[in-house]
Ligand binder design. Structure first.
Ligand code: SF4
Ligand code: SF4
Length: 217
């Protein structure tokens, strides 16, 4: 990958609107080009029990039970080098039935939330995400500021989010911040009561989106 390259991420306003659309967010068109970074930098992908075509396409050797889910969900286990066993000669061998998590994944979320990790296990993904460049109108600028406030809020209440079963990890935090960002368009909470009210509202919104929240670990 060309370390110096920058990629057009599109109009931020349209993009974030799509991320809030339950249908559009399920199947994202990312101009990935030849990049396969998110297929080569993970430990496991959760696959729901009703993703029957996907589960049928993957050898049981690469699957294990997802102990976080009570309904028969599986985890697609990455190879020891964090590459996906379904990646064959640089392409997804089960593309037409790839997991929902793969369809919904969009590394531009990390750029939008400024959660770019350029060190450690997430470095490759962070470096790729850092190459996206959005365009903005005034409303979009306000929305990105709200996303950044939401990230700060999630970090501040990490224990509360974890205790309610929400995964706490950059790609998930970015997605959650996008999902709750509209709560911050009016500014940050100024009192403890406003903070508590916002937390309850944020948890409610995230529960609403929970079926679309696909953890990648
Ligand atoms: S890291 Fe981003 S650009 Fe690369 S394949 Fe994944 S979603 Fe596409
Ligand atoms: S299933 Fe396909 S799209 Fe998903 S991580 Fe593996 S190779 Fe990539």
């Amino acid at each position: 990958m060309d370390e110096e390259a920058l990629y057009d991420a599109g109009d931020f306003g349209s993009w974030i609107s799509n991320r809030l659309d339950p249908i559009a967010a399920r199947d994202v068109a990312v101009a990935c080009g030849t990049c396969t970074t998110c297929c080569t930098t993970f430990e496991g992908i959760s696959i729901a029990h009703d993703e029957t075509e996907t589960l049928a396409a993957i050898s049981s050797f690469h699957l294990r039970a997802d102990n976080r889910a009570a309904n028969g969900a599986k985890i697609l286990i990455a190879n020891p080098d964090r590459t996906c066993p379904m990646l064959v000669r640089g392409a997804c061998s089960i593309y037409s039935v790839r997991p929902r998590a793969c369809r919904a994944f969009d590394c531009r979320s990390l750029a939008a939330a400024d959660l770019i990790d350029t060190e450690g296990p997430g470095a490759a993904l962070g470096s790729r995400a850092d190459q996206w460049v959005f365009t903005y109108d005034e409303d979009a600028k306000m929305r990105q500021l709200a996303v950044l406030d939401a990230v700060e809020f999630i970090h501040r209440h990490g224990v509360a989010f974890r205790s309610r079963g929400f995964t706490y990890e950059p790609t998930v935090t970015a997605t959650q911040a996008i999902q709750i960002h509209e709560l911050f368009l009016g500014g940050k909470p100024e009192t403890e009561a406003e903070e508590a009210k916002l937390l309850a509202e944020a948890i409610g919104i995230l529960r609403h989106f929970a079926n679309l929240s696909f953890a990648r670990r």
